[in-house]
Design a protein around this ligand. Sequence first.
Ligand SMILES: Nc1nc2c(c(=O)[nH]1)N[C@H]1C(S)=C(S)[C@@H](COP(=O)(O)O)O[C@H]1N2
Ligand SMILES: [Mo]
Length: 195
Amino acid sequence: MSFLKDIGTPIFNAERLKSVPEKENYTFDVTFKDNRLTFNYLDLYNIFEKKYINCRLTSVSRWSVRANWGGVLWSDFIKYLGVHDFKFVYFESYGGYNTTVFAEDLTNPRILLAIHVDDDEIEFDYGGPVRMVIPNLWGYKSCKWIKNISFIDEYIVGFWEGYGYDDRGLIEPTIVLDINSKQHRRINGGEVTEF
Ligand SMILES: Nc1nc2c(c(=O)[nH]1)N[C@H]1C(S)=C(S)[C@@H](COP(=O)(O)O)O[C@H]1N2
Ligand SMILES: [Mo]
């Protein structure tokens, strides 16, 4: 069992995806302006330095989990692509889940394209082999099973946003269940760093 499963982290799979390509065959596309690049799983190891970020994923359904996520820093990824002057980034999964994030919410240096949690590869249920972790936004903005990342100027309404979830997805002050300690904790809004 993995760390996340061990401590009982909820598994969300709105699209009811059953499987993704084996990591040897796993690819995702990145599009910006007229460019289209395809990355495979190994590219993430070969091109980028692997970094770890200890942070929280916090769901609008009122739970939060702290984990040690490893992968490619979003800031390193953006630098490599050389993209700028975009308003939004659109993320789509292998199962068709999608969400759009405002560019201004992607400047947090703790955002990553995650491939590891602790020393394990992220298992399928938690979005492996490649998922986003955006600790400063509600969890529905952290797309699992990444298939496409597009830098865009016109907002695209995502899966949960279509049901009325907020477009920005900024974490609001509330009370959440901390999955790690099994305690209910008050949070102040924004990235949860207080516990
Ligand atoms: N592809 C995909 N990504 C997704 C979701 C989903 O249903 N499908 N759920 C989102 C929501 S609402 C949350 S809170 C987190 C939960 O991540 P977890 O399932 O790894 O706990 O994933 C987000 N990313
Ligand atoms: Mo969520």
